[in-house]
Design a protein. Structure first.
Length: 433
């Protein structure tokens, strides 16, 4: 059999690719993407789609950005990979320095890994070992929030919302942690308005602080758990409670980091420094999988000691991959040189005008709430069924929207133009007309 016969035969049999979060019996065939440029990708059929979600929120520069592509090509020519065990290289060192420079004051140490989930696993292990090394081995559980999403690995599933968080069938397999109610006060709530949420958090800490190593939080925007937004005042209050109860504050900025909430990091809205912070998704502009777990001196220096147990026993094979570090450096340079925060504020103004201020949309009987923060907008409906068909509808308008649960949302690439942003909001609103 010639190669071409074999290829054409295999193209007709179903693909062995098993898709994520897909119901195998009802899934529709996945369209094949052959390329992309700016905020759009192109399908094999020639159809071009404006990506309203920038590929699970990571392709912040859009597709085929010339500077990012060139950075990877140049690095590939020099050094594609080398282990970080006992060795280092220029991109890993430079990126760590850059991350320390741009993150909240005090995060001075960078541990690399290869995905957001693993970055969170690293954060949790770090917190538990920190407490152990300080003579508090009983502080080995996490405190997480309802509506939280921190990743799909076992350790991460155990700190996702245990009821609505899509992992409930694994309950018997997972370790047990503590959960506080999800914050209910909106982004612009003041100190008084977040008090009830903070009281609920305090209650869990008062009861269980002796066994809690860290409070985990997606600051200001609980993303995959339902695009729940809250106030910087809540974050400041949580920081104070962590100090009071000797619990580390871990901020999962995997989704919120790199501009998504309107500041470089969500923590900046509250002027809070976490003890540990996790970055991924936008870190490399989405061009390669990578993550960074940053820690303060207080956390890091606790690992300086004589016993064997002082070593941090973690080391993913691909941590600090030179290609990923190099493209992350280029991504950051473009972010700053091309005034992405300015672009994000332009996108925010359009999202507010087109969605928040659309009284007909907000009054629609199917719509429960409309929320906007930075370059993120969500329309929450009362019943998930009312979003059935929304993706196909948007696709006919040339927009790639992927609703989940009760949320129709956009997290566009920051290079999305005002016209393109309106094309996305028109598709979102159009569904309700
Ligand atoms: C996506 C996400 C993760 C998991 O990252 P992966 O790279 O998919 O493992 C963790 N936390 C948050 C907040 C996320 O949005």
């Amino acid at each position: 059999m010639s190669d071409s016969t074999r290829n054409s035969l295999s193209a007709r049999t179903p693909s062995p690719v098993w898709h994520p979060y897909a119901h195998l019996k009802t899934q529709s065939p996945a369209p094949k993407v052959v390329g992309g440029e700016g905020p759009r990708f192109t399908l094999e059929s020639g159809e071009s789609l404006l990506d309203a979600t920038c590929s699970w929120w990571c392709m912040i520069h859009g597709y085929r950005h010339p500077r990012l592509v060139r950075a990877i090509q140049q690095q590939a020519d020099e050094l594609c990979h080398v282990m970080l065990g006992g060795l280092t290289h220029e991109p890993a060192d430079r990126l760590a320095r850059e991350l320390v420079r741009i993150t909240p004051e005090g995060l001075n140490h960078v541990f690399y890994s290869d995905s957001g989930s693993v970055g969170m696993e690293v954060a949790m292990k770090m917190a538990v070992q920190y407490q152990y090394l300080r003579g508090q081995p009983n502080k080995h559980r996490m405190l997480s929030l309802m509506k939280a999403y921190h990743g799909d690995t076992a350790g991460c599933m155990a700190v996702c919302d245990p009821e609505e968080g899509m992992h409930s069938l694994f309950a018997g397999f997972l370790p047990q942690h503590h959960f506080a109610p999800a914050p209910t006060a909106p982004f612009d709530a003041d100190d008084d308005a977040v008090q009830a949420d903070l009281d609920a958090l305090r209650k869990v800490l008062e009861e269980h602080h002796h066994e809690i190593a860290a409070l985990l939080m997606e600051p200001l925007l609980q993303a995959a758990g339902g695009l729940n937004m809250t106030s910087p005042a809540y974050l400041r209050g949580a920081r104070r409670l962590c100090d009071e109860f000797d619990v580390l504050l871990v901020l999962d900025e995997v989704a919120t980091g790199f501009g998504r909430t309107g500041r470089m990091f969500a923590a900046e809205h509250a002027e809070v420094t976490p003890d540990i912070m996790v970055l991924s998704k936008g870190l490399t502009g989405g061009y390669l999988g990578h993550a960074a777990t940053l820690a303060t001196d207080r956390v890091h220096d606790t690992f300086i000691g004589d016993s064997e147990l002082h070593a941090f026993m973690h080391g993913p094979t691909f941590m600090g991959n030179p290609l990923a570090c190099r493209v992350a450096l280029e991504s950051l340079a473009v972010f700053e040189e091309d005034d992405y925060l300015g672009r994000i504020s332009t996108l925010n103004a359009i999202l507010r005008a087109e969605l928040l201020e659309d009284t007909a949309l907000r009054a629609h009987p199917a719509v429960a709430d409309v929320r906007v923060l930075g370059a993120t907008a969500a329309i929450e409906v009362h019943d998930a069924d009312s979003l059935e068909g929304a993706a196909e509808f948007a696709r006919r308008q040339g927009v790639w929207l992927r609703a989940f649960g009760r949320w129709l949302y956009t997290m566009p690439a920051y290079i999305t133009s005002p016209e393109e942003m309106r094309q996305i909001t028109d598709a979102m609103k159009g569904w309700f007309r």
